[in-house]
Design a protein around this ligand. Sequence first.
Ligand SMILES: *Cc1c(COP(=O)(O)O)cnc(C)c1O
Ligand code: SF4
Length: 311
Amino acid sequence: MKEKVTPHLQRKIRDGSAAVALQFRLQNVPGGNIAPNDPLGEESLYSPIKGIVHKYQNRVLWKTTYRCAAHCQFCTRSRQIGSAEGDLDDADIAAGLCYIRSHPEIDDVILSGGDPLFVPQTVTRILSGLRDIPSIQVVRIGTRLPIHSPKSIGSPPVKRLLKALQACGESFQTYILVHVNHPDEIDYDVTDAIRTIRAYGFPVLSQTVFLKNVNDEEEVLEGLFKKLYYLGIVPYYIYRCDRVAGLERFVCDIGREREIMTALHKRMSGIALPSYIVDVEGTGKIPVPLDFWDVPDLGHCRDYNGIVIRL
Ligand SMILES: *Cc1c(COP(=O)(O)O)cnc(C)c1O
Ligand code: SF4
């Protein structure tokens, strides 16, 4: 994955944010900066057609593109990010819609990527199909654009997309899921972008990844979750960094992550605290137990089928 940094993030790096630099600057790591594998089996196990990942019975993840406004160096999908290969043409969109229509157990579609707000035309086309599928009750948009380039939220194509989403209100509920990892990422411009999104009436939730030397400190995460909570964003998930080849430098010690989340649980409102999750190769997301009960071994967990997964 190449380095790609927006002027907004560049300014933050210039202003001295080590947390932003570590996330976006290409680092010279021996054997690093390659990410050939598919750690969650998205393509190999769960993709019935291009772009669609159907892993949980009632929910699909739809990768609308592999492109983003900036490239996060720890991205689970590093092997794909930046490539035009993930772009969807009309036939791909029609095939995705057809798949969803023929699986009425699906009520929830997560538009992901890449960044869906980076390809507003594709997403608009997907939406106009989804609104005619009666089983669909929820559409979520997972984005990092408000962090990468907050001013883009006010650009005409994104505004048109948000309006189109609003117009789908009778067909399904929309949630916006922003990916944010450090309090440095939330400044005046980002706050403004979030307020713009909220003004359309969409609930906003956040997702965070535990990243070594970026946010693996109690005070940093407390600051982040409080900032989000104050802004009307509900912290949803904090993920353990996926084991992507070449990106091991970002993976924190699981014991330390658990210590931090346990400490935060003791002093923060449940509303401001995300679920702490490990996404395993097996069947899906698994909550990591906090340190209130005796847990014999953090080296493995069991997936949804009871199969032991080594962490
Ligand atoms: C995370 C994820 C979802 C959504 O899971 P929720 O717990 O409902 O947020 C759906 N599909 C895939 C493939 C995922 O990775
Ligand atoms: S915004 Fe998301 S998909 Fe894009 S590079 Fe960052 S983590 Fe990956």
